[in-house]
Design a protein around this ligand. Sequence first.
Ligand SMILES: *[C@@H]1O[C@H](CO)[C@@H](O)[C@H](O)[C@H]1NC(C)=O
Ligand SMILES: *[C@@H]1O[C@H](CO)[C@@H](O)[C@H](O)[C@H]1NC(C)=O
Ligand SMILES: *[C@@H]1O[C@H](CO)[C@@H](O)[C@H](O)[C@H]1NC(C)=O
Ligand SMILES: *[C@@H]1O[C@H](CO)[C@@H](O)[C@H](O)[C@H]1NC(C)=O
Ligand SMILES: *[C@@H]1O[C@H](CO)[C@@H](O)[C@H](O)[C@H]1NC(C)=O
Length: 953
Amino acid sequence: MVLLKWLVCQLVLFASLSHAFTDYLLKKCAQSGFCHRNRVYSDNIAKSHHCYYKLDAQSIAHDPLQNSLSATIIKTIPRLDGADIAVELPFSLSFLQDHSVRFTIDEKERTVASGGSLLASQRYNETWMYAFDEKFHDEANKTNFPELRFAKQEHSTDSLWSRLSSFLTHSNSTTDTIHLQNGNISLEILTEPFQLKIYWQNSLRLIVNERNFLNIEHQRSKEENFAHVLPEETTFNMFKDDFMYSKHDTMPLGPESVALDFTFFQSTNLFGIPEHPTSLRLMDTSQGEPYRLFNVDVFEYNIGTTQPMYGSIPFMFSSSSTSVFWVNAADTWVDIKYDTQQNKTMTHWISENGVVDVVISLGQDIPAVIDKFTDLTGRPFLPPMSSIGYHQCRWNYNDETDVLTVDAQMDANEIPYDFIWLDLEYTNDKKYFTWKRNSFPNPKRLLSKLNKLGRNLVVLIDPHLKKGYEISDSVINENVAVKDHNGNDYVGHCWPGNSIWIDTMSEYGQKIWKSFFEKFMDLPADLTNLFIWNDMNEPSIFDGPETTAPKDLIHDNHTEERSIHNLYGLSVHEATYDAVKSIYSSSDKRPFLLTRAFFAGSQRTAATWTGDNVATWDYLKISIPMVLSNNVAGMPFIGADIAGFAEDPTPELIARWYQAGLWYPFFRAHAHIDTKRREPYLFDDPLKSIVRDTIQLRYFLLPTLYTMFYKSSTTGFPIMNPMFIEHPEFPELYDIDNQFYWGDSGLLIKPVTDPGQSEIEMIFPPGVFYDFESMASFVNTGADPAVKIIPTPLDKIPFFIEGGHIITIKDKYRRSSKLMKNDPYVLVIAPDVKGHAVGDLYVDDGETFGYQRGEYAKTRFVLEDGHILKNVPSHTPDNLMDIHNDVLRNTNIEKIIVAKNELQRDIALKDSVTIKQGGEERSFPTKLSHEDDNKIIIMNPMLDITENWELIF
Ligand SMILES: *[C@@H]1O[C@H](CO)[C@@H](O)[C@H](O)[C@H]1NC(C)=O
Ligand SMILES: *[C@@H]1O[C@H](CO)[C@@H](O)[C@H](O)[C@H]1NC(C)=O
Ligand SMILES: *[C@@H]1O[C@H](CO)[C@@H](O)[C@H](O)[C@H]1NC(C)=O
Ligand SMILES: *[C@@H]1O[C@H](CO)[C@@H](O)[C@H](O)[C@H]1NC(C)=O
Ligand SMILES: *[C@@H]1O[C@H](CO)[C@@H](O)[C@H](O)[C@H]1NC(C)=O
């Protein structure tokens, strides 16, 4: 929820576009000093072929304590008088995880602190401490470093080191090459020019600095600058910023950008670096603007551009399963150039400051590199079951009566929901941590009413704090406000007018922030259904440059906003998460939290959404690649506002948006304050029934969805899952981002995203597919994906289950997810052409951290030969009986639906099935019916998901 109304009013003369984001507020590369300088430098280097950076072979050292290799890269600036300037750039390299290499490049002059100044003179090198999972923090203090090794396991690092030294001694050329091997990865370090070549099973996957775009703008004074500039460089905006909205930037440290090129081999398909409103497969930017990663508030963003958005994840991978994680939270631009001739892709990464800190991971397949990335940056949190149900939001539900009316009407109209949301206006005069007294006189009463059906309330709390009330006063008194470049509390404009910003980059700031929640959420022990939404945490600042914070603000007493800009939002939502988690610790409740700004690592504690979209078909369409992009970048819990935040959607758009949105991992309807009310029960039929059925379908699918969230929380596996991850063998699928799978469940979906679309084309890989509703099947017998036309009347969602999968659903309408807890399971089996199928189910209490203590059940269903169904539990809680009545209340299978293909057609109608269990075989009387031509139904087989059994039908 955000509106640049304030700005738009101020700049009404420029506001010529009807509802597009005001582009002129954001820099183009040519207007950004460091971006332009690096693009110019790279163009000129490509022509001159000069190389100014070499690794000094004599400087190579092995630090056994850190298990890393260190060396010095020398940047030489030639001078006519022969007094060349040599800049020393410390380089380090280590194997971080199996199949991951990390290297860093710093600047020696700037590794020592110069006292006195407000600003640290060191290059900021702590981004990794926010981005990496806590378990990798131990490694920082050099004690616990077991994964790291240089050689194949049979070699000790010492023997490797002696081989390395002897190699260097006997080397004869000016270009030394150092070889390192670690399992499937091998690495060559070239010294002049400095390069890294990285191989997977001896096949070249990546070259670092292949094109010599490495550029570290080293420290120099403005006066001496002329002596430090290379012939290929331009001095554009090195010590000032002349962009209209950021010309007050004091740029106290002058030019300090870092840039590097990476060439991916055996691939012309790159993915990642969200958030951008573009295709899933990244575009070639050589004729346009680079992708920019810079967290900003972009109300009604323009579709199809590489402009920055609310969140940034500087992680990119190729279809050859090679990834680059650029661990830098400063303003960053990325150029991409595909070379189909040579089957390679060149990328150029440019950040405004900080150090070069890069993790390169390789793997057998794409899920393996996503797994590495989420091992390093933390797994997506396992959300409470209720939070993967339906969320009803609006700016604003005005008062308690309004909320309770929506609540009652949803039930009266049989529309399940779990969360209702309060936007900005619930506060007293936009002061966070307060309630508008007349409208919400008794928040505890409201929470307690919602709690009866297990429902939850989310309220908005942003990091900007109105000046002049107890919360902002306390922030000022405790000295934990973000500071301006002079060290005074920074004051900017946001919703409440003049505001200050909490500095959650400071540990003490986090503590103060938490104390506000402790007071605000001081609830009776049985009320644990209040959750938080951190909006505007890019941060959004209405009168700030590019709608955000001036880059020369100061955090934590010494760190420039410039260095940590893309991390700030993460620091806000992590502090919020920690606060809520500790407040609910007595009930062990898992928090749900929504953030708008994010960075690599945000997935550990928050969900996000695609921000302020518009109720048009184009925004519906773009939401799918946007959600997919986050899903492949380790942050799957994302959705888009249904049915468009701004403006009023048509009934047809509403229907289609719910039908698409039901597949978003985060399923929320939201609307701008200026729009007409659109709670689903207000619609006329058939729209009302269509939306109700759609939301009910989401609830029926919750067991499957929750299982996917569990998988994601252990491996980072995408929930909304691109075609190419399930079928990497078909090159034509790398471009497809309008249809997708749901995790590994076999559900294949193509939402309708155009008006008046009575049929759509869907692409099917080889195999058998069943229309989920009718279970009517068809087979793609070819060797390649084939297109099929699917009729799509307004009430039809085109979705199929691929042969070979088994999913688990519940099929009874309940008002909320909590009320479904007692319902038995229904298995839906979709055999492949050979009669095989497999599917997983994960179950826990859906609320607490008990699963971390083993309180969950996990099982795998396997169909063999078309008629033998086995259940193979892989985990049942030790105290199953104790917790059976509560946690896993009903673990029974009530119904089994077997989709029929050619094999099943011969299965005879019977009055019994055979069940093998505990070494015994028995005949079990049950109704086995051919419901229609498409499916067999087995009713009440009396089987439990936590037990081992075999059912033969
Ligand atoms: C950052 O760099 C300084 C100077 O080289 C070093 O002392 C410090 O340990 C580094 N910090 C981190 C977190 O890497
Ligand atoms: C390393 O970090 C861990 C956890 O952060 C801490 O317990 C331990 O004392 C640290 N070790 C050293 C040598 O600093
Ligand atoms: C130097 O080494 C290269 C291989 O690294 C070899 O091809 C070349 O013959 C060597 N030159 C001399 C003079 O030994
Ligand atoms: C590019 O390389 C990949 C991996 O080796 C290969 O599968 C693909 O067919 C190649 N593409 C082209 C166009 O040569
Ligand atoms: C910030 O730095 C100043 C000057 O070095 C020092 O006096 C002050 O105590 C510091 N404040 C905090 C909160 O660390």
